[in-house]
Each structure stands twice: as structure tokens, then as C-alpha cells.
Design a protein around this ligand. Structure first.
Ligand code: SAH
Ligand code: MG
Length: 209
């Protein structure tokens, strides 16, 4: 109810490409970010003056294109699935954003992160069971006071729902483990919000010299 109320009140997206990508995602079951989730990220990008974003999990490029359209940041985004990668490349070209968004067609666990440079914001939105690995691997690519945002931490509220299916149960347990892990990282100030499907915001603490 609250969700619908806010959905009606908040200004709706009018950019034609974003509207059409969203409906494509809906019909093709591509799990793109929610409206409030992307609004949260875009406002953080603009408040913080984020210039370089690393995204793990491109899918069709919806979140990348969205960030690029509403800020002046450049984005590196990683997608392992070939079909998704092709779609993302096509969409980024259509949006004329190929100068600002670079898509790597690789498994994010196999990328040599030391070659990527440094980022102000890392958005983790790939295989949900791997979030701890992504966090530990890619935190080395953060600038001081850089941010890590991780998506889908409530997993459609399944983190608080009894589950019978064994595989699903295992996946949800891993998400719960990530949530407990992420708030405990002493080199970050983290809070988990019930925005969208659940998102954590982790701010890297200043290195004391
Ligand atoms: N960020 C996108 C949605 C990403 S959906 C948006 O909001 O618009 C998650 C994507 O992560 C899927 O396309 C999946 O193929 C990709 N993915 C999952 N595990 C991955 C991995 N280890 N490396 C790279 N991509 C991965
Ligand atoms: Mg997501």
C-alpha cells in the first residue's frame, strides 16, 4: 500500500529508452533494479559527486544507462552472460552512451581487478550467493571514502520467510550471511536499508596515516 502510494506520488520516469527497457525487463524476467533503488543510487552519486562507478552485474544495461543519463559519471560494468552482454551493448549504443559505459563480458570472479583502476562507487548486483566474494575482491578498487552498494539483500522478503526448497533455502541463507558480514566490516560504515529489494550502503573509512 505504502509502495503504491509513493509510486503514484513520485514523478514517473519519462525517458523513452528507460521506460522501454523497464518494460522489456518485465516481460523477459530480467531482474532490474527498482525505481526507489535507482533513485537512491542516483541521489548518492549526485550528492557525493561520484565520477567513477563499477557495477557487478549489467544484465541489459538498465541501471548503468540510468546512472549515466542522470549524472556525469563513467561506468565500468561486468556481465558474464553472453546474451545479456550483447543486449547491454546494443542498448548502450542506442542510448549513445558507449563513451561513458564500458561493459566487460567476463565472470566478475575472474576479472583481474587490479587492471580496472579506482572507483568512487561500486554497485554489487550479480549472483546473490557470491556477494561476500565480490565485496572482498572489489573493495581493493575503492577510492578513500568510496562507497559500496549491494542490492537484493531482502530477496523479495524471503530472508524472513520460512522456505522448504533446499536450493532456495541455501541461497537465502547466503544472503543472510552476507547481511551479517557486511555490517561487521570495520573498515566500512554500513547500514542496510529496506529500499527496493534491500540495499546496503557501505562507506569506506578514511585510512589513518
Ligand atoms: N544491475 C542490473 C541487473 C543485474 S541482474 C540492473 O539493475 O539493471 C544480475 C546480472 O548479474 C545477471 O545478468 C547475471 O548474468 C549477472 N551475473 C551474475 N553473476 C555474475 C558474475 N559472477 N559475473 C558477472 N556477471 C554476473
Ligand atoms: Mg538487483
Amino acid at each position: 500500500m505504502i509502495k503504491e502510494y509513493l509510486e503514484n506520488i513520485n514523478i514517473k520516469e519519462t525517458n523513452e529508452q528507460l521506460v522501454s527497457l523497464k518494460s522489456y525487463a518485465l516481460t523477459n524476467n530480467v531482474p532490474i533494479i527498482t525505481d526507489d533503488g535507482i533513485a537512491f543510487i542516483k541521489q548518492i552519486i549526485n550528492i557525493k559527486g561520484v565520477k567513477k562507478v563499477l557495477e557487478i552485474g549489467t544484465a541489459i544495461g538498465y541501471s548503468s544507462i540510468n546512472m549515466a543519463l542522470y549524472s556525469d559519471c563513467t561506468i565500468t560494468t561486468i556481465e558474464r552472460d553472453n546474451e545479456m552482454y550483447d543486449k547491454a551493448i546494443e542498448n548502450i549504443k542506442n542510448g549513445n552512451l558507449q563513451d561513458r559505459i564500458t561493459v566487460l563480458n567476463q565472470d566478475a570472479l575472474e576479472v583481474d581487478e587490479s587492471t580496472l583502476g579506482k572507483f568512487d562507487l561500486i554497485f554489487i548486483d550479480a549472483a546473490k550467493a557470491q556477494s561476500i566474494k565480490f565485496f572482498n575482491k572489489y573493495k581493493t578498487c575503492l577510492n578513500n571514502q568510496g562507497l559500496i552498494i549491494t542490492d537484493n539483500l531482502l530477496f523479495h522478503d524471503l530472508v524472513v520467510t520460512p522456505i522448504k526448497d533446499r536450493n532456495l533455502k541455501q541461497l537465502v541463507r547466503k544472503i543472510d550471511t552476507f547481511n551479517k558480514f557486511v555490517v561487521e566490516q570495520m573498515d566500512f560504515d554500513t547500514y542496510i536499508y529496506s529500499i527496493g529489494d534491500g540495499m546496503s550502503l557501505s562507506i569506506k573509512k578514511d585510512v589513518i596515516k
